[in-house]
Design a protein around this ligand. Structure first.
Ligand code: SAJ
Length: 414
C-alpha cells in the first residue's frame, strides 16, 4: 500500500516535528491537538515552542498546503500517536492520554490503516492501545479473523535529542516494533519517507523496552557521575579533574555531574522499567533516587555559602533543564531556586535565564525571586550558583570578576 495521508495526534515536542518533516516530503498531514492555541499557531505557520529549524519546516509546509492542524482526528492512511505518557501516584505510568487518543482515532478508521504509537511507553502499552481501538470498533481486527477488516499497529519510539530534533529525525536509526510483522513493514515504509538512518524491525514490546533501556542507561551513568561529585566533595578533590583523568582510560567514559537530571524523558522513563519489574530493577531505581537527591545537595551547598549573611543576595545562573535550550520541564534548576526561595525568605534571589522572558509558574509567586540579567546579578551577589552551562555563561565566566562564593554544579569554571 502507499501511505499518502497521515494524521498525527499530539502536536508537542515530537508530534509537530514529525508532522512537519512528513509534510515537507509531500505527504498530506493533518495534525491534531486538544489545545486550541497550538492548533491556531500551527495553522498560522507558527511554532508554539523553541526548536532549531522547526519553525522553517512548519511555515513552509503550511504555506505549501501539506500541513494543517485541527482538534479531532480525520481519516488517513496512517496515524501517529505522539501524546504524553507521564507518571502518576508512586511513579506508575499514566496511559490516559494514549487511551484518549485511541478512542478519538477509532471512529474514523475504515480498515487497512496503520497506527503507530510513538509515545514513550511501558511494556505492553502498544497492545493496550490496539485493544482500546478494537473495544470501540469490534468490526475491525488485528489479524483479519472472521472477515473483519484489519488494522496494523506498531510502536516506533522517538529518540531525538531536544535541540537537535530536526537533524536527528533524519539521521538517527529507528526501532520499529510491530504487533504483527506486516505492521512493522508498513511502519518501515512510512519512516523511509524521511529517515536516512537504519530502520530496525522487532516486536512491539522489545521496541518499548529499547526506548526505556536507552534512557535508563543514560540515567544510571549520570547518577554515577553525580554520586562521584558528592564523594569527591567529601574527600576534597575536584570532580571535574577526577573524571577528566579517569576518562583517559581506554574503556572508561564517565558522564558529567550536574545539579540533577531534568527534562521529560530521562527523569521519567526509568520509572516505567521499575514499575514493570519492581523487585528486579534495583540499579535503575537507585539511579533515579541518586539523581533526584542531587538538587537537595546543591541547596545545602548554597545555604552553607550564605550562612551568617542576614539578607543574602543569590545569583542563580540558568533555569532550563540543560544548556542552550528554553525548556524548563522537570528542571532541577527551577526546583533548586524554588527550594532556596522557601528556605531563605529574607534572601533576594536573582534568576538569570536568557532563554525565557518570564519566570515559570513554580517561581512566579515567590516574592524573593526575580529574573535578572547576568551582569547585574553577578555584580550584587553574595553567592553565585551555576545551574546550567549555557554557552553565554561559559563565555562570560572565563573571568568571573566577582568576590561572591561560587557553587559550580556544571564545571563551567574548569
Ligand atoms: N545530564 C547530566 N550529565 C550529563 C548528561 C546529561 O547531568 O553528562 C543531564 C542534563 O543536564 C539534563 C538531563 O541529564 O538535565 C537529560 O539531558 P540529556 O541531554 O541527557 O537528554 P534529553 O532528556 O535531552 O534527551 C534524552 C535523549 N536520550 C538519550 O540520550 C539516551 C534523547 O535521545 C531521547 O530522545 C530523549 O531523552 C527522549 O525524548 O526520550
Amino acid at each position: 500500500m502507499g501511505i499518502n495521508t497521515v494524521c498525527v495526534v499530539g502536536l508537542g515536542y515530537i508530534g509537530l516535528p514529525t508532522a512537519a518533516i512528513l509534510a515537507s516530503k509531500d505527504v498530506k498531514v493533518v495534525g491534531v491537538d486538544v489545545n486550541p492555541t497550538t492548533v491556531e499557531a500551527v495553522n498560522r505557520g507558527d511554532v508554539p515552542f523553541v526548536e532549531p529549524d522547526l519553525a522553517t519546516y512548519v511555515a513552509g509546509a503550511v504555506q505549501h498546503g501539506t500541513l494543517r492542524a485541527t482538534d479531532a482526528p480525520e481519516h488517513a492512511d496512517a496515524f501517529i500517536i505522539a501524546v504524553p505518557t507521564p507518571f502518576q501516584g508512586d511513579h506508575e505510568p499514566d496511559l490516559s492520554y494514549i487511551a484518549a487518543a485511541a478512542r478519538a482515532v477509532a471512529p474514523v478508521l475504515q480498515g487497512g490503516e496503520l497506527l503507530i504509537l510513538e509515545s514513550t511507553s511501558p511494556p505492553g502499552a502498544t497492545r493496550k492501545m490496539a485493544e482500546w481501538v478494537l473495544e470501540a470498533r469490534p468490526d475491525l481486527s488485528l489479524d483479519g479473523s472472521d472477515g473483519r477488516p484489519q488494522i496494523h499497529v506498531a510502536h516506533c519510539p522517538e529518540r531525538v535529542l531536544p535541540g537537535r530534533v530536526m537533524i536527528e529525525l533524519v539521521t538517527n536509526d529507528r526501532i520499529v516494533g510491530g504487533l504483527t510483522p506486516e505492521a512493522a513493514e508498513m511502519a518501515k515504509e512510512l519512516y523511509t519517507v524521511f529517515c536516512q538512518g537504519e530502520i530496525l524491525l522487532t516486536d512491539s514490546t522489545t521496541a518499548e523496552m529499547a526506548k526505556l533501556v536507552e534512557n535508563s542507561f543514560r540515567d544510571v551513568n549520570i547518577a554515577f557521575a553525580n554520586e562521584l561529585s558528592v564523594i569527591a566533595d567529601k574527600v576534597g578533590v575536584d570532580v571535574w579533574e577526577l573524571i577528566r583523568l579517569a576518562n583517559h582510560h581506554p574503556r572508561v567514559n564517565i558522564l558529567q555531574p550536574g545539579p540533577g537530571v531534568g527534562g521529560h524523558c530521562i527523569a521519567v522513563d526509568p520509572w516505567f522499567l521499575v514499575d514493570a519489574a519492581p523487585e528486579e530493577a534495583r540499579l535503575v531505581r537507585t539511579a533515579r533516587i541518586v539523581n533526584d537527591s542531587k538538587p537537595h545537595w546543591v541547596v545545602d551547598k548554597v545555604l552553607d555559602a550564605v550562612e551568617g549573611i542576614e539578607s543574602p543576595t543569590i545569583a542563580a545562573l540558568g533555569l532550563s533543564f540543560k544548556a542552550d535550550i528554553d525548556d524548563l520541564r522537570e528542571s532541577p534548576a527551577v526546583a533548586i531556586v524554588a527550594d532556596l526561595a522557601c528556605r531563605l525568605p529574607g534572601a533576594e534571589i536573582f534568576a538569570v535565564e536568557p532563554h525565557v522572558g518570564t519566570l515559570p509558574a513554580a517561581l512566579g509567586e515567590k516574592i524573593n525571586v526575580q529574573l535578572e540579567d547576568l551582569e547585574t546579578a553577578l555584580a550584587v551577589a553574595d553567592a553565585v550558583v551555576i545551574l546550567v552551562d549555557h554557552s553565554t555563561f561559559r563565555e562570560r565566566l572565563r573571568n568571573p570578576l566577582t568576590d561572591a562564593r561560587i557553587i559550580d554544579t556544571r564545571g563551567v569554571l574548569r
